[in-house]
Design a protein around this ligand. Structure first.
Ligand SMILES: Nc1ncnc2c1ncn2[C@@H]1O[C@H](COP(=O)(O)OP(=O)(O)O)[C@@H](O)[C@H]1O
Ligand SMILES: [Mg+2]
Length: 343
């Protein structure tokens, strides 16, 4: 578990741009924890911080039909940014490769864990889900939690194959564990590249998946595969209307191919592309050494103030706006979880 302590400058960059000058000039020299930023914002909104048990968190499944494009990097870094901003964030590792679990500092080979596939299986079989036991706290004050994965998550597709309404098993599990999920404002779901039953079920957690596209030719092809995956789901379930929002990753100004890829992306998927583009940067790359403590951690934990950190913060703000993530349950719409027939 990590104790996150932020200097005033970082705290300021994580607060909304207007209306917080007063607080910052007063308390310039102290360190801030995520819960402090939350308290400041809620106080400013004049809201209350009581848990609203009928509220659903905003869920964002992060997808691409290809590995190595930055899905895990985006989930981990966004999760960390939103948590530091004061949101309560749950990360779900939905990839048997378990790189998000590793990025969060958990060695799945050495630790006992209950993954999302097991929670879904218990729910499907009518057994107690006991989701609390599965949660790994990442930040000490409860702002960032993880449902970890390991390679055995790959078994999910075997039992799901014969399961009724299998596309909605994840959503039903969420509904059955509402008291648990209502603790969070946002759930970020990392997924495997393959189109699988598990991945499909996780994609249906939201009305709009977040696609990560690395700015190279291969990723553009992978985007077409993902688009047809989404089309097939929409054809199979006509009420669904699942959308795609795209984040481009790995921009490098001296590679002409990046600009080309970005242009193609913008013209093939107009109105789907987020304005914030994540740069190609060693700050992101470093995270592959995830089990080495000195080298692990997200950009905001390790290198606040860098261009990469700023890009992550800007992306977080734009997604807060797009997905309507509210700090405090008071104004959140109750999401319409799709449960399939015979719920
Ligand atoms: N913007 C970036 N700049 C540099 N390296 C990156 C960037 N995004 C991702 N990487 C690196 O690329 C590799 C694959 O990223 P990852 O997030 O694991 O992809 P995925 O989850 O799609 O398989 C990792 O080593 C990661 O550190
Ligand atoms: Mg990954």
């Amino acid at each position: 578990m990590k104790n996150i302590q932020m200097k005033a400058k970082l705290a300021q960059s994580l607060l909304p741009p207007d209306g917080f000058d007063e607080f910052l000039s007063e308390e310039k020299n102290r360190l801030y924890e995520p819960k402090d930023l939350r308290a400041i914002r809620i106080r400013q909104q004049g809201g209350s911080d009581a848990q609203n048990f009928n509220r659903m968190p905003v869920q964002i499944p992060v997808r691409m039909s290809k590995g190595g494009v930055g899905k895990t990097t985006v989930v981990g870094n966004l999760g960390s940014a939103l948590a530091m901003m004061g949101y309560r964030v749950l990360l779900v590792d939905g990839d048997p490769q378990a790189s998000l679990t590793g990025l969060m500092g958990i060695d799945w080979a050495a630790e006992e864990l209950t993954h999302i596939g097991e929670l879904m299986r218990r729910c499907y079989r009518g057994q107690p889900v006991n989701i609390e036991e599965a949660v790994k706290p990442i930040y000490a004050d409860g702002h960032l939690d993880l449902i970890a994965a390991d390679i055995t998550l790959a078994e999910a597709d075997s039992w799901m194959m014969s399961a009724a309404n299998r596309e909605f098993i994840y959503n039903r599990m969420v509904r059955d564990c509402m008291a648990f999920f209502s603790r969070y404002e946002v759930v970020l779901i990392d997924t495997a590249p393959s189109t699988s039953l598990l991945t499909n079920a996780l994609m249906l957690a939201s009305n709009e998946i977040l696609a990560v596209v690395m700015l190279d030719g291969q990723s553009l092809k992978a985007m077409q595969v993902l688009a047809s995956n989404v089309n097939e789901l929409n054809n199979a379930f006509p009420d669904l209307n699942l959308g795609v929002h795209i984040v481009a990753n790995g921009y490098h100004p001296s590679y002409g191919s990046c600009k080309e890829a970005l242009q193609t992306l913008g013209s093939c998927y107009p109105n789907h592309l987020n304005d914030n583009i994540l740069p190609f940067s060693a700050s992101f790359r470093r995270q592959i050494n995830m089990l080495d403590d000195a080298l692990s951690g997200t950009v905001l934990e390790r290198e606040p103030g860098t261009v990469s950190a700023e890009a992550v913060i800007n992306l977080a703000w734009s997604l807060i706006d797009r997905y309507q993530i509210h700090l405090d349950g008071q104004w959140s719409p109750v999401a319409d979880l799709r449960l399939g027939e015979a719920a």
